[in-house]
Design a protein around this ligand. Structure first.
Ligand code: 4AD
Ligand code: MG
Length: 486
């Protein structure tokens, strides 16, 4: 076969002027479907560069039919052919094949991804091949664009990206839900004289774990570079088998010196709106496809469980409306007096101030009460991390959580406690070992300044933007309890 430089299918299909019509081009990709009769065959070819397939037309009088007999869904082929305006409906251009090479066969009796609707559960079990479907290739193309949009947003605002460590000796959130990292032989654990594990014999000479957040190190950088953000993997060994929790997820954590909680809320709201608008601008084909898919799925749901807004409409709504800003105390009043609470419809009834909000409460506030994204501030100190700035009331901290429809908490952040004595006081109350955190406390000793930051759960953002219902379907290879396949 004549060697011609390969062209992305997206490049050919998106060329509005049709510059390449009449030219011989080469495309390579995976066969989605094949149909035809004795005289002519049609292959829908996808190379992942875009959602659409390009139609390849084979005239059997001119082609080697024996090769085409081995081309099935999933097979990879390389085609040289003439780009022509399509006669059929549904596509503007197609390729009249001149030569074809079968690169890799896919035995139809064994290849799991057939041209029919597969359940998401089935595709999760075949996560190594699910990239080949329209749904997952759409999700992962959007994922790429969202990563890029986040870097662009912060770069354009003068933030510096910092890589914070993945292996750490600290528990940033103080929640203790960490994966340990060790090279000790678990069959021959060394003990010290007190009968405790002797971590001085371990690789780092101390107990270490996978990070739950890059925040503490990002704070160190912010107190010199002023505006920084991390975007890295984080790990939580919480045993939550829900549609919104992963054991390994990606988090964006900006940290800004000389900023207070108001600045923090503005930054987070701007960022969310920016990336949503970016998706509307650069991922429209994918969003239209996912919206259609969602609407088909909604039809099988009872009326009261259906989403009130179509996906694209929902994204526009969030991008164009101000988020509601209110306090935890106000939220508790709303929840306590809600019909849902009085009729005992919450799994965790709200009885008093101080209760931690569950996702059912967050979603009630967003979806039923305010019907808009909500930023809640000033939470009780007892349900939040040690580093949040204590308010003058002595009971609440300058925390801010952003709650989104269908998701609940998407962002968690705060103004940080920059006063040395107040921070040490909180650490003692919460039994956080000061000695191990001396490096963190040093920033409060030397040139401390008010500062604030937050963490956006990247996969939660992906759930919102794609409309997918399960967090396992917006990360290529999900890690959840009892599941680390692939
Ligand atoms: O609220 P979190 O725990 O906040 C922090 O880790 C802070 N250190 C962030 C900061 O201020 N720099 O987590 C932040 C976000 C949550 O709002 C949620 O979106 C996401 O991370 N998240 C998870 N996403 C998927 N799976 C999990 N298990 C998650 N836990 C938190
Ligand atoms: Mg949180």
């Amino acid at each position: 076969m004549e060697k011609i430089r390969r062209t992305d299918i997206a490049f050919l299909l998106n060329d509005a002027e049709g510059t390449f019509v009449g030219q011989i081009v080469n495309v390579r990709g995976w066969v989605r479907t094949k149909r035809g009769n004795k005289f002519v065959g049609f292959v829908a070819l996808n190379d992942g560069s875009c959602l659409a397939t390009i139609q390849i037309v084979f005239d059997f009088a001119k082609m080697d039919e024996s090769i085409l007999d081995r081309v099935h869904s999933g097979a990879s082929i390389s085609v040289n052919g003439e780009l022509v305006e399509s006669q059929g409906s549904g596509q503007r251009f197609e390729i009249k094949a001149v030569e074809m090479e079968l690169l890799g066969e896919a035995n139809p009796d064994e290849y799991p991804i057939q041209p029919k609707k597969h359940s998401l559960e089935f595709l999760r079990e075949n996560a190594h091949l699910r990239f080949r479907t329209s749904t997952f290739s759409a999700v992962f193309r959007i994922r790429h664009h969202m990563i890029f949009a986040i870097h662009k947003f912060f770069n354009d605002k003068g933030f510096y990206n910092v890589h914070t460590p993945i292996v750490t000796g600290s528990d940033a959130e103080g929640a203790g839900e960490m994966f340990q990292v060790t090279t000790l032989d678990l069959h021959k654990i060394p003990y010290n004289e007190e009968g405790n594990i002797d971590f001085s014999k371990d690789f780092f000479g101390k107990a270490t774990n996978l990070t739950v957040s890059g925040q503490l190190e990002a704070e160190l950088a912010a107190l010199a570079l002023s505006k920084v953000y991390t975007f890295g993997p984080t790990f939580r060994a919480e045993n939550s088998n829900t549609t919104r929790h992963l054991a390994e997820f990606w988090m964006i954590e900006p940290e800004v010196a000389f900023a207070d909680i108001e600045d923090n809320m503005d930054l987070a709201e701007d960022m969310l709106k920016y990336v949503i608008r970016y998706a509307l601008e650069y991922c429209m084909d994918e969003l239209v496809f996912l919206s259609q898919r969602l609407q088909d799925e909604e039809k099988s749901k009872p009326q009261n469980e259906r989403s009130p807004m179509e996906l694209i409409e929902k994204l526009r709504f969030v991008a164009d409306n101000e988020f509601v800003r209110t306090t935890y105390t106000e939220a508790i009043d709303i929840l306590k007096n809600s019909k849902a609470n009085q009729k005992k419809q919450f799994q965790f009834p709200i009885e008093e101030w101080g209760a931690d909000l569950q996702s059912e409460h967050e979603r009630y506030l967003v979806e039923k009460h305010f019907q808009k994204p909500v930023i809640l501030t000033n939470y009780p100190k007892d349900i939040k991390a040690f580093y949040m700035k204590l308010n003058d009331d002595g009971n609440t901290v300058r925390a801010m959580d952003i709650l989104f429809p269908g998701i609940g908490e998407i962002v968690g952040g705060s103004q940080r406690e920059e006063r040395y004595d107040a921070l040490v006081g909180r650490m003692r109350e919460m039994h956080i070992p000061e000695a191990e955190m001396s490096w963190y406390l040093d920033t409060r000793k030397f040139g401390t300044v008010p500062h604030a930051g937050y963490g956006l759960g990247f996969e939660r953002l992906m759930l919102f933007v794609t409309g997918m219902g399960n967090i396992r379907d917006v990360i290529p290879f999900p890690r959840t309890p009892k599941n680390a396949e692939f």
